[in-house]
Ligand binder design. Structure first.
Ligand code: SF4
Ligand code: SF4
Length: 639
């Protein structure tokens, strides 16, 4: 029975909890405005199903047990305060359920405690140890109190409290010991409640909120910035949006982002978990010193997150894919890059030539529009500007397909497929500029917008209805980012065009029997999922379906595939940066390919093709697999 003093203590614990939560609320609300709508249905499904958390099996199952082991007894305890009279049998069943869930919760808590204690990661994981220890104290004292009670009132076995009875065997039948356990249990619960906002347990509130406000836009669409108002990128945490700060608040330091980040795995200084934890620590320090601190005295993000870290990111989105609470470390990294480039004018030296090429020539190779048609000499491919064409599709060739000698072969293979299938197609030709992806992912937003606006103007001018792209980066930019941008001042309109990737389109041609793969091209093939096709845009099956449609071929999966696929190291503008820190990412992937023992490696991206080809050659194996674009495989097979 609770005394008036106990009720006072409960009230005090609740007041401290609410005060602490309100402090944290104002800390992440100091971020910039960002429009986000909530999603009750998504939150309900997330909590009930635990699907995203269960992706990492053992900790996922442990979390499921701890969650329900915590919530159900909590509900029963709350209901018990209302003096319901329950018939004996249901009451005994409820008691049995609480007993079983209590043990499950204890097991789950010990699992997490051991995991965190043994973790060799820096910072974050250790923070959870204190909270887990308090939870363990609550559970152990609860069981001890129950065991002692049973040894006093019911020394014989009772089925509705089997674990309590088991404990009662070894516990003294002492009312004083029981009272001691009850008081420690009570104070531990109060401490748990009061400490909630200040420990990792606050994820009970922050994580569902983050899930509620999670991104609804396509994953591949980077948040735009207004260049004429507001901050240009992120210099301090106040330049991040409230949602980006809420992300940091929700981080549970589980390390799944690091476990899948190619930069972390290859020994580069980037750890997405650390980026999030650094932002959180700056938020906490600002909240301690009052959020009204003068802006000029707020330490820059760079004081914790170095430029080596931010330039190591390949924007592969593995961290976004694997975070159990929908945190997006990558968008903070891009905002920090934006500040480096546009705010400070600091661009890694190696990328300068590529950016200059984009500014002057509109392509990453610096060849210019006069040479845009060279790859298709003698192919008689019509530019869309020709009169009376009315093409079914526009083939978007991209900078690599246009200028890179190796990827030009893929462009020609695609032309061969389209001709065989009798598809009416056309090119933008000299009107096609780089889609802007390398500039945008490096943080050069204004250059990206200039390129995008010119392209959009042309697409509108030529009434393009459907685009097929060879490169997944062009595919992502045209499909997910262009619809939110107005064309340049000549048209000023937005585009709404169907965009498909070459693998999707070719698969469709095969299904409709407009082309028939006939000739065998190899025995064993593996597929490398390009990040911007698979993880970012969820196009996993068309490449596989295409391979399966080729004669006499066996498809083998690499160790990491589908959403677990491993980056080639070339995305996010890294194709143009030196890889002088850690191991080369393409070598790590090439080793995985070699382990799989295949004759061919199929991919569907110019960066992946070149990076993996380089990586596999560098391994100097006796019989290395040949790296081909899937489009080339189909073109060879149709003869
Ligand atoms: S986007 Fe990829 S490289 Fe960048 S932090 Fe996330 S996992 Fe690492
Ligand atoms: S960002 Fe997400 S995946 Fe990474 S440590 Fe935090 S909660 Fe875990």
């Amino acid at each position: 029975m609770l005394t008036a003093f106990d009720i006072l203590l409960i009230g005090l614990a609740l007041v401290i909890m609410v005060w602490g939560l309100s402090r944290r609320w104002s800390a992440w609300r100091m971020g910039q405005e960002e429009n986000r709508s909530g999603d009750w249905a998504g939150l309900f499904t997330y909590i009930m199903g635990h699907k995203k958390i269960l992706k990492n099996r053992n900790p996922g199952i442990a979390h499921l047990i701890v969650f329900w082991g915590f919530m159900i007894p909590l509900l029963i305890i709350i209901m018990a305060q209302f003096n319901f009279t329950i018939p004996p049998i249901p009451a005994q069943i409820l008691s049995l359920l609480t007993d079983i869930l209590g043990i499950a919760l204890l097991a789950g808590t010990i699992f997490f405690l051991v995991r965190r204690v043994r973790s060799t990661r820096q910072g974050g994981p250790k923070k959870a140890i204190f909270s887990l220890f308090i939870l363990l104290l609550v559970l152990i004292t609860g069981f001890f109190a129950e065991g002692t009670r049973l040894s006093i009132v019911h020394p014989k076995f009772i089925w509705e409290s089997p674990f309590g009875w088991l404990l009662s065997i070894g516990l003294p039948a002492s009312p004083i010991f029981m009272q001691l356990m009850i008081r420690i249990h009570f104070f531990a619960v109060l401490f748990f409640i009061a400490a909630l906002p200040f420990t990792v347990i606050r994820h009970l509130a922050a994580a569902p909120l983050n899930v509620f406000y999670r991104r609804k836009n396509p994953r591949g669409e980077l948040k735009g910035i207004a260049l004429d108002e507001g901050p240009i990128g992120a210099n301090t945490i106040k330049d991040l949006s409230w949602k980006q700060l809420l992300d940091a608040e929700a981080c549970v330091s589980c390390g799944r982002c690091d476990d899948n980040c190619p930069a972390s795995i290859s020994g580069k200084p980037l750890s997405p978990q650390k980026v999030i934890q650094d932002i959180l620590e700056q938020m906490e320090s600002l909240a301690r010193n009052s959020v009204k601190t003068i802006d000029s005295t707020i330490p820059p993000l760079e004081s914790r997150i170095t430029t080596d870290e931010i330039w190591s990111c390949t924007t592969c989105m593995a961290c976004v894919e694997h975070c159990p609470v929908f945190i997006e470390p990558m968008d903070k990294i891009i905002d920090m890059r934006r500040y480096q480039i546009m705010g400070k004018g600091l661009l890694p030296a190696e990328a300068k030539a590529m950016i200059r090429n984009l500014e002057i020539y509109g392509d990453v190779h610096g060849k210019g529009i006069a040479h845009r048609g060279d790859w298709a000499l003698n192919l008689d491919v019509p530019p869309i500007a020709d009169e009376g064409l009315n093409p079914e599709i526009l083939l978007w060739v991209g900078c690599s397909g246009t200028f890179h000698p190796r990827y030009q072969e893929v462009s020609r293979a695609m032309v061969h497929i389209l001709r065989t299938a009798r598809v009416r197609f056309a090119l933008l030709g000299k009107d096609e500029l780089c889609c802007g992806d390398p500039a945008r992912r490096l943080g050069e937003e204004s250059l990206f917008l200039k390129l995008a606006q010119k392209n959009i103007h042309r697409l509108i001018e030529y009434h393009v209805k459907k685009i097929v792209t060879l490169c997944p980066h062009c595919f992502n930019t045209l499909k997910n980012e262009y619809p939110h941008i107005r064309g340049d001042s000549r048209s000023g309109e937005k585009v709404s065009i169907e965009v498909v990737h070459a693998t999707e389109y070719v698969m469709n041609l095969i299904e409709k029997k407009r082309i028939v793969p006939t000739y065998p091209i190899g025995k064993r093939v593996a597929i490398h999922d390009p990040c911007y096709l698979g993880r970012v845009n969820h196009v996993y099956e068309p490449p596989r379906e295409i391979i399966k449609s080729l004669p006499e071929i066996q498809l083998k999966e690499l160790k990491r595939h589908h959403e677990n696929g491993f980056c080639c190291g070339g995305g996010g503008g890294r194709m143009w940066l030196h890889e002088h820190l850690g191991r080369r990412i393409n070598l790590i992937r090439a080793e995985e390919v070699s382990e799989t023992e295949v004759d061919l490696l199929g991919t569907a991206c110019p960066y992946c093709l070149m990076m993996l080809d380089d990586g596999i050659k560098a391994l100097e194996k006796e019989k290395p697999p040949k790296v081909l674009d899937i489009v080339e495989m189909v073109a060879s097979s149709i003869g």
